[in-house]
Design a protein around this ligand. Structure first.
Ligand SMILES: Nc1ncnc2c1ncn2[C@@H]1O[C@H](COP(=O)(O)OP(=O)(O)O)[C@@H](O)[C@H]1O
Ligand SMILES: [Mg+2]
Length: 328
């Protein structure tokens, strides 16, 4: 198996010039210099983003609204031209049409032909790939079952719930049996059941050896699904890596649970804690720092206390997120 990334970007920058005349760089620049507000504006949507996605992983692009996730994805998909930076997609440079053959993509706000039913809709998208009519139909039927829309197979998309629209969108992204599936905010606007359905689909795809890349601002979904993440804030990657590693500080708190804690040991260990909780016989000590772990354990054990567990306390993705957003 190749060790080359299935998708990568390096130093991606995208600056939009907007407003009246803003699209004409010369005139827009002049207007900006003259500070003609509302005439021309520069939006630095992406300000130097670098990451690589390995084959077979679920990768999350995480960040608050307006962080530059959709812009990054559009550049990866070859839909917009980067201001600067390079990248590869399925072994081709960004924007190369050949890479689309093995790519599935669900845009953030997909526009669907809403008078079509799922069968007609998938048949239409299948027609964009080199498949026979028979293959196309078989694939559409298979996907309709896969995304749980069999009951709505004759219903036009305009009568779908938001969750159903998202599911037909994912089916569309899978019509060509892609190696890499890119989903922009696939869980947004879904209720908990809808989100679980999308999560299960992502895990199923991973089990089949596919690579899934998705953006999200819903941290719980990211935490449950992703092997690795990149956290984007204000157009820059603030952290990238395995979630477990990102969430475990070098110096992290530890929880010690014990029974039979005598008063002397309790006093010693409490001095190292920011919180101590009692539940009947059981005492839960929250040590401030892992560096006090051995001393605390020793104080308890030598006093005759019975240890139940010693557990490192992971930060939540939310903690990390808020921290990185604050630092930005
Ligand atoms: N076509 C565009 N023209 C001007 N500004 C844009 C355009 N697309 C996105 N932006 C701006 O770029 C920033 C990043 O947007 P986006 O990539 O959609 O963020 P996210 O997907 O993380 O919410 C936002 O400030 C947004 O308003
Ligand atoms: Mg977006």
């Amino acid at each position: 198996m190749s060790t080359a990334a299935i998708m990568s970007v390096e130093g991606l920058v995208k600056t939009f010039h907007t407003g009246f005349l803003g699209a004409l760089p010369a005139v827009g620049g002049l207007a900006a210099r003259l500070q003609l507000k509302g005439v021309a504006q520069r939006v630095e949507a992406v300000r130097g983003v670098t990451f690589r996605v390995e084959r077979g992983e679920v990768f999350g692009l995480v960040g608050p609204n307006g962080a530059g996730k959709t812009t990054t994805i559009k550049a990866l998909m070859g839909l917009i031209r980067p201001t600067a930076g390079t990248g590869t997609l399925l072994g081709h440079p960004l924007g190369h049409t050949r890479s689309r053959e093995r790519l599935g993509y669900l845009p953030e706000q997909p526009y669907f032909y809403e008078y079509l039913n799922p069968r007609e809709f998938l048949d239409f998208y299948g027609g964009l790939f080199p498949m026979t009519a028979r293959e196309r139909r078989a694939r559409a039927e298979q996907l309709i079952d896969r995304v749980g829309l069999r009951h709505a197979v004759d219903r036009p998309i305009r009568r779908f719930s938001k969750g159903m629209v998202q599911r037909i969108g994912i089916a569309q992204a899978l019509i060509n049996d892609p190696e890499l599936i890119v989903l922009d905010e696939p869980m947004s606007g879904l209720d908990p059941i809808g989100r679980k359905e999308v999560r299960d689909l992502v895990l199923e795809l991973k089990a089949q050896g596919k690579t899934v890349f998705f953006s999200s601002h819903i941290l719980q979904d990211v935490e449950q699904l992703c092997d690795r993440v990149a956290i984007v804030v204000k157009g820059k990657v603030r952290a990238e890596g395995r979630l477990g590693e990102l969430l475990l500080d070098a110096d992290h708190p530890v929880e010690i649970v014990s029974t039979h804690v005598g008063s002397a040991a309790r006093e010693t260990v409490t001095a190292l804690c920011d919180r101590v909780m009692d539940a009947g016989e059981t005492v839960r000590f929250h040590l401030r720092s892992v560096s006090d772990r051995d001393a605390a354990v020793q104080a308890l054990v030598t006093s005759g206390a019975r240890l139940q567990s010693v557990t490192p306390q992971r930060r939540s993705l939310e903690d990390l997120f808020v921290e990185e957003a604050g630092r930005a």
